[in-house]
Design a protein around this ligand. Structure first.
Ligand code: SAM
Length: 235
């Protein structure tokens, strides 16, 4: 991907999250309309039509901070619902092999175009599959969930918790960026709370090792309604 394209993508990300909340809300409404109209294929339609108001156009700042502070687990990493793959590319290195999973062909087309000439390309891959039915050959040391838990209907959350248990190694870590924690109706994004995550993770032995406000939610509309959770299993 060229520097010009990267800049354009970052600009689109900024526009997606401009402080002009009316514009942002109308993009979200358009996205919700597509998802409800096309059901399972809705996400791919959104990517195809470039209605992606969630896309920051760059890696998630708090992930870069955790990486810099050297507290991000090493080994095999899974990012479910990776979208355009900004975080996948950002954290892949000789110490971390990252799998970006998404069911949208168009999202992964974008991710692959963006990353084809990345110097770290041998440390990541993109896989097109459904998180709820996918069977990898090996489990993961780290799973990072951002804007994925909130993407599907609350009735799916128990299955999400079970999958986290199945996909993580016994001593693996789950990192969740929990958004949106403000009050709202409908979705996606569906509103979330720390208790919602705990409810579906606790039965599998997960406990939060830390829950903090994400001060780096640089996006105006997300600031104040995003929390960082780190979870491990103690059974
Ligand atoms: C709200 S977007 C978030 C994308 C990315 N995490 C980001 O923050 O930019 C949700 C993503 O999850 C993907 N997705 C939705 N349901 C999925 C499923 N069951 N399995 C895999 N990916 C899924 C969608 O295609 C979409 O790219």
């Amino acid at each position: 991907m060229t520097t010009t394209n990267t800049k354009m993508e970052e600009k689109r990300g900024e526009e997606n999250h401009s402080s002009n909340s009316a514009t942002f809300r109308s993009k979200v409404e358009k996205m919700q309309g597509i998802i409800h109209e096309y059901s399972a294929g809705g996400w791919d339609k959104c990517w195809e039509q470039r209605v992606t108001p969630w896309d920051l156009g760059q890696p998630t700042p708090v992930v870069l901070e955790i990486l810099e502070k050297k507290t991000l687990p090493k080994g095999r990493v899974l990012i479910p619902g990776c979208g355009a793959g900004h975080d996948v590319i950002a954290i892949a290195n000789p110490e971390r092999y990252v799998v970006g999973l998404d069911l949208s062909e168009n999202a992964l087309k974008r991710a692959r175009e963006k990353s084809s000439s990345s110097p770290n390309a041998k440390y990541f891959e993109f896989i097109e599959a459904d998180f709820f039915t996918w069977h990898p050959t090996e489990k993961f040391d780290l799973i990072f969930d951002y804007t994925f838990f909130c993407a599907f209907e609350p009735r799916m959350r128990a299955s999400w918790g079970k999958r986290m248990h199945e996909l993580l190694k016994p001593d693996g870590e789950l990192i969740t960026l929990m958004w949106p924690t403000d009050d709202r109706d409908g979705g996606p994004p569906y509103k979330v709370s720390v208790a919602d995550y705990d409810e579906v993770l606790h039965p599998w032995g997960f406990k939060a090792t830390s829950i903090t406000d994400n001060e780096l939610a640089h996006v105006g509309l997300r600031r104040g309604c995003e929390k960082l959770g780190r979870w491990k299993r103690y059974l």
